[in-house]
Design a protein around this ligand. Structure first.
Ligand code: FPP
Ligand code: MG
Ligand code: MG
Length: 385
């Protein structure tokens, strides 16, 4: 494959929005309790890759010049008035009294909207969506590290290790609560539905992973095991980014065709990323990954490399079924994978999803943001962590 002729860093296209992201999320997470504050913000740090909000912001910009549905503009004015009111925790017990309802929702003038749109092409509600997406992601990581008994994340102690399981779980729930408040304030029922569905999908995906799907199928390799894995992967990883991309297009007033394209980009990007993730677990050391490598087999997980290897080595069937729980299973499965074409086929599948992501947004007019989205889909394939 030919190397791209330009070196564009997608993050620079939306640099000013990305710069505000961490601070804005931290503001959304202020609580009356200092240690809740600390744990909830633990996975919201500036060093993170912030891939999901980056994609959401680029999608907002890339769809800016796409066809729009007719809109009267009143909704947008109400949104901008409600999303900027700080979310606070009560210091004493008080009745539910959302702070925005006591705020007069003043109609902002058209020129205010215009000026912010012309300079950034990204609306306040789309920026807030990017923050909400990262908050849901951070919540899922806090919970995931408890479930996986993880000790490290991004080269630092995991939340559960640093603060214990109870606080990590509660902080994740708090993140979801605050993300939901911010989401409600976007005043767009379709977008609320999309992101609420994501939260349910994350849990569904995690449940599918707890039971790896072979309980109900034969010991022989069967394509349905692979379908199960792809469905699980969609729910666990691709649902958040795909539905957030769709929400970004909807908040920008895009037509259904544009929203569908945004969704398809996110879906294929998410699938491609998770396949690369599952590949790196076999090919990169813990040190380089910043989290434990070779973890999946030890966790009993049969991901793409081992499922492909199963087609060549029937012996993997019983091991997959018992989640590599017998002595020597992990090592045996590991060497079957290494001598199979499973790693190569996983890479090829990731590449084909990446191509589909790029293909999905080919209907968008050319822009830097579109190039950024294309580059993210390509670069994901060669990442090392
Ligand atoms: C990381 O996968 C985990 C996820 C992407 C989703 C986890 C979802 C839950 C724990 C369900 C609860 C959801 C919410 C919204 C609180 P991984 O373990 O394969 O990746 P890792 O190597 O980064 O840990
Ligand atoms: Mg994990
Ligand atoms: Mg996990």
């Amino acid at each position: 494959e030919a190397a791209p002729s330009f070196t564009l860093n997608p993050a620079t296209i939306v640099a000013s929005e990305m710069k505000m992201l961490t601070k804005n999320i931290q503001d959304l997470l202020s609580s009356g309790h200092p240690s809740l504050d600390k744990v909830a913000k633990y996975y919201i740090r500036s060093e993170g890759k912030h891939l999901r909000p980056l994609v959401v912001l680029l999608m907002a910009r890339a769809t800016y010049n796409c066809p729009k549905i007719e809109e009267d503009g009143t909704k947008r004015d109400t949104i901008s008035a409600s999303i900027n009111v700080p979310i606070t925790s009560p210091t004493i017990l008080q009745d539910f009294n959302p702070s925005y309802s006591s705020t007069t929702l003043t109609r902002s003038t058209d020129s205010q909207h215009l000026s912010s749109d012309i300079t950034t092409q990204i609306s306040p509600s789309q920026k807030r969506l990017a923050e909400i997406t990262e908050m849901i992601h951070a919540a899922s990581l806090l919970h995931d590290d408890v479930i996986d008994n993880a000790e490290a994340r991004r080269g630092s102690p995991s939340g559960n290790l640093a603060f214990g399981n109870k606080m990590a779980i509660l902080a994740g729930d708090f993140l979801l609560g605050r993300a939901s408040v911010a989401l409600a304030r976007l005043r767009d029922a379709e977008v609320v539905e999309l992101l609420a569905t994501v939260i349910a999908n994350l849990v569904e995906g995690e449940f599918m992973q707890l039971q790896n799907g072979t309980e109900t199928i034969s010991q022989k390799y069967s394509p349905s095991a692979f379908d199960y894995y792809i469905q699980k992967t969609y729910l666990k990883t691709a649902s958040l980014i795909s539905k957030s991309c769709r929400a970004a297009a909807i908040l920008g007033g895009s037509t259904k065709e544009v929203a569908d394209a945004a969704y398809l980009y996110g879906k294929n990007l998410g699938l491609s990323f998770q396949l690369v993730d599952d590949l790196l677990d076999y090919t990169i050391t813990s040190h380089d990954l910043g989290k434990p490598a070779q973890a999946d087999l030890k966790l009993g997980l049969a991901t793409a490399p081992v499922l492909f290897a199963w087609e060549q080595y029937e012996e993997l069937g019983p091991m997959i079924n018992r989640k590599f729980s017998e002595a020597g299973d992990v090592e045996k499965a590991w060497s079957f994978v290494q001598s199979s074409n499973g790693l190569e086929r996983t890479r090829e599948l990731a590449e084909s999803f990446s191509r589909k992501a790029i293909e999905a947004i080919s209907i968008f007019p050319d822009s830097e943001a579109k190039e950024g989205l294309e580059q993210i889909a390509r670069k994901g394939l060669t990442r090392k962590k």
